[in-house]
Write a protein that binds this ligand. Sequence first.
Ligand SMILES: [Zn+2]
Length: 212
Amino acid sequence: MSPTIGLPPPGTERCLDTSRKSRYRGGTLVAEEVRDVKEHLRRLAAPDEYRPCSCARCGHRRLHVHSRPERHPLGEPSLPPAVMILQFRCANEACGATWRILPLFLARHLWHAWRAIERSVSSAPSAAAPSIAARTRDRWRARLASSARVAVAVLATSLGIMLEAIAKRVGLLGTRGELVEAYVAMTAASPGEQLSSLSALVHRLERGIRLM
Ligand SMILES: [Zn+2]
């Protein structure tokens, strides 16, 4: 189940809504409903499935496929070594914003796939999974031990009752790790999608805010 309690749904099958207009010349939009590589490949083959309904910067309703960059997610055996993604460009010449569309399972700023990160930072990492360098894992854990203030403030001012409750539970002095715990406790986020879905949610509410 997608963690959208109290919020508008994250877009229909064919439409990627964003909650705010961007101050930037584009960026990344997360297709929160694309949870596995099979669905991702299906949409790559039919780019309309990934094409935003309108430009999240200017609202123009035509966007063209601009490029097909590759991502190389590390540490997750269920993913191929290279995953193509789509980048769209707004057809409004005065705007020209470009939007990369990421499926839920690819992390925005990290080299590893979300599943690999979640497995690695959990207290009971799977022995069957590829090992992650201790230095890398420690960096992620340090990130989770850092303040969640900004993300909590974003959740607290969202219009979702459940999200406000999560924010209240964590408080402005809470850590990102505590935010993850509260989120998991209060939503139906599945193992393997706990970090990815929370990260996507926060990014949707205030583009650019990072969980990790
Ligand atoms: Zn535009």
